[in-house]
Design a protein around this ligand. Structure first.
Ligand SMILES: [Fe+2]
Length: 272
């Protein structure tokens, strides 16, 4: 049996952003995002138009899986949160090899988006940057490719609550990145609400984090963006966030993304 956690998380960041999103990845902007002082970091043109076309073509040529979420979200790879409940942690690490292979098939026909982002992070971060690792079980999967034309419901991603018994449950901050390869002309906007998710934990059971109630966020600070194709965007994923449905019969919303958490030793670890 696991030990119950305190009822409230003590480290809830102050919910105030200093102005608009920041263009450019630097140590300062990363630290500001990790501590939820800015809404986002944007890096337009992180992938070329040709790389975007290739990434979409290769993704669509291979098999896609679907989350247990509504509306349906197609994906390549795997998501830790699908392994939160009612199954041993070892199931996740058993499946990492297959997920890596599926993602690497896409990388082979386009480019290695995960390595490119990790190089960009390592260039500005003084500590180690690399895959999250679970002692005794192995490395995590990172770099999930998604086709989410119909949008994504309001949810929050926060390791200490979504994965309390995993090594990524020991992080003190969690951001996420996405590179967008195809974006609908209208719709497909992401909205981030400045309200770091701090649910009451009952024992060590991950609470529901998907389909959160928007009512209490209505009056608060928020940031919306419509990404450009090839753009890399980071935001603090502990803040509830959602994606509106695409309103374009032609173009879907194809992206790759991963989480980046800060471990107690100051290293940055990535997983999906
Ligand atoms: Fe998310």
């Amino acid at each position: 049996m696991s030990t119950p956690r305190p009822e409230a998380l003590p480290d809830k960041p102050a919910a105030t952003w200093a102005g608009a999103s920041v263009e450019g990845l630097s140590r300062e902007s990363l630290e500001a995002l990790l501590t939820n002082r800015i809404p986002a970091i944007r890096v337009p043109g992180f992938a070329t138009a040709r790389e975007c076309r290739e990434f979409c073509a290769v993704t669509r040529a291979g098999p896609m899986r679907y989350y247990s979420a509504q509306p349906p979200i197609g994906y390549v790879g795997m998501a830790q949160y699908e392994y939160r409940w009612d199954r041993p942690k070892a199931d996740y690490f058993r499946d990492v090899e297959q997920a890596d292979a599926a993602r690497d098939r896409v990388f082979a026909g386009a480019f290695d988006a995960l390595a490119r982002v990790n190089r960009a992070l390592a260039a500005v971060w003084p500590g180690r940057v690399g895959l999250a690792h679970e002692p005794g079980l192995g490395d995590y999967f990172a770099g999930i490719i998604r086709d989410a034309a119909a949008g994504i419901k309001l949810h929050a991603d926060w390791g200490p609550c979504n994965a309390p018994d995993w090594s990524v449950g020991t992080i003190d901050a969690q951001i996420g990145w996405n590179i967008y390869f195809e974006v609908p002309e209208a719709g497909g906007d992401t909205t981030v609400y400045n309200a770091p998710w701090s649910p009451v934990m009952v024992g060590n059971v991950p609470p529901r984090s998907y389909g959160l109630d928007a009512a209490e966020l209505a009056a608060g600070e928020r940031f919306s963006f419509h990404p450009s194709e090839g753009e890399l965007i980071f935001f603090n994923v502990r803040n509830p966030h959602e994606v509106s449905p695409g309103l374009d019969g032609e173009r879907s919303r194809v992206s790759i993304g991963a989480f980046v958490g800060r471990m107690p030793d100051g290293s940055l670890v990535t997983w999906s």
